[in-house]
Design a protein around this ligand. Structure first.
Ligand SMILES: Nc1ncnc2c1ncn2[C@@H]1O[C@H](COP(=O)(O)OP(=O)(O)OP(=O)(O)O)[C@@H](O)[C@H]1O
Length: 343
């Protein structure tokens, strides 16, 4: 099935494929994309492919280039160099087709606070010249999908932040885009409301089959996506599924708090051949299997051990590994950290 504005292209088929099977173009294909502002590169040569149906996250700190990239992908900004195809359409030569095949939810609200929820959706339908037939059902379905059916006649200015964000998503889906861009969809929301938005997004994927491309600096949100690209200072520094990225770290982190950290670190080096890092919050070692190490260390160290924490690799570790700093750390790239690259 191809949504509005998409086209199937016929390319050489892999061995065994039916000879005339159409090849579905990826939802997003970007090559060598650069964006410069006054000689400074905000985006420095990005290559990206997102398959149809995927939920893909752009994970990076403030100023990494996420919004700039998304603006280029959805034709709101022209790349300084490189090429972008959305569902097989080039953003430079076929911007109208690109816009019809995508939905947008930006950080800034585009809702009219003096209109009701339903009126906002009708306004969007007019902008996209959606046919009147079936419009009432579509509005009802989208309000239901995002949990807003009971508030259809309420003015948007009476909505909470979370409800407004959900209505934005409903609005972005009205014209059945195959690809939905969400720029920091939960920014400024409390944790409970963020979780609600994610529950609704999962429902959107399940029922509408929409490809979702979102930017976030929340690790727990990136964790819920099929694939992640970590962006830092305008470059993609790593890309893969959350599990694949964590596998790159490949080791558990064991934090020990002891009576004498320096003595314990010397023993860990001498007796266990480990490379401990000593910091204010204790000693950290990275080992393939933390759970096996703990009893040996507790029995083999001649100093009192007060606390042992074993952590599986997290996306925070992944971010640290590839960028040299934590995602909430505002130091410039290249700064050092206690875990020193983490692997
Ligand atoms: N219109 C512009 N003119 C000049 N510089 C810009 C412009 N837009 C973005 N930048 C710069 O480009 C860099 C990337 O910004 P961008 O907004 O894409 O980052 P981001 O990862 O989306 O972060 P945030 O979540 O804070 O918006 C920043 O240094 C920003 O100051």
């Amino acid at each position: 099935m191809f949504g509005a504005g998409q086209r199937a292209v016929r390319r050489p088929q892999p061995a065994g494929a039916p000879p005339d099977a159409p090849v579905v173009p990826p939802a997003v294909r970007a090559r060598g994309v650069v964006k410069s502002y006054g000689g400074r590169e905000a985006v420095r040569g990005i290559d990206l492919t997102v398959a149809q149906g995927e939920t893909f996250a752009f994970l990076g700190p403030n100023g990494a280039g996420k919004t700039t990239t998304i603006r280029m992908l959805c034709t709101l900004a022209a790349p300084s160099a490189g090429s972008i195809e959305i569902a097989g359409h080039d953003t430079r030569t076929a911007p109208r087709q690109v816009r019809r095949s995508l939905g947008l939810v930006f950080q800034e609200t585009t809702l009219d606070p003096e209109l009701t929820a339903e009126e906002n959706l009708r306004f969007h339908a007019d902008l996209y010249a959606l046919p009147a037939a079936g419009l009432g059902e579509r509005i009802d379905a989208m309000l239901g999908l995002l949990g807003l059916r009971e508030r259809r006649s309420s003015l948007v200015r009476t909505f909470s932040g979370g409800m407004q964000r959900r209505l934005e998503i409903a609005r972005g889906l009205m014209h059945r885009p195959r690809l939905l861009f969400l720029d920091e969809p939960t920014i400024g929301l409390d944790p409970q409301t963020r979780a609600q938005v994610w529950t609704h997004l999962a429902e959107v994927r399940r029922r509408e089959g929409t490809t979702v491309f979102l930017t976030t600096h929340y690790l727990d949100e990136a964790e819920q996506c099929d694939r992640i690209a970590i962006i830092d200072e305008g470059r993609i520094v790593a890309e893969g599924s959350p599990d694949a990225l964590k596998a790159v770290i490949g080791s558990d982190r064991v934090l020990l708090r002891t009576d004498d950290d320096e003595a314990a670190a010397a023993l860990l080096r001498g007796r266990f051949g480990l490379e401990p890092a000593v910091a204010d919050d204790g000693i950290t070692v990275r080992v393939p299997d933390g759970a096996r190490l703990v009893p040996m260390v507790c029995a083999g160290l001649d100093v009192a051990v007060y606390e042992v924490v074993v952590s599986r690799p997290s996306l925070d570790d992944v971010f640290l590994h590839f960028t040299g700093r934590g995602i909430r750390d505002d130091r410039p790239a290249g700064g050092t950290s206690e875990a020193g690259g983490g692997s």
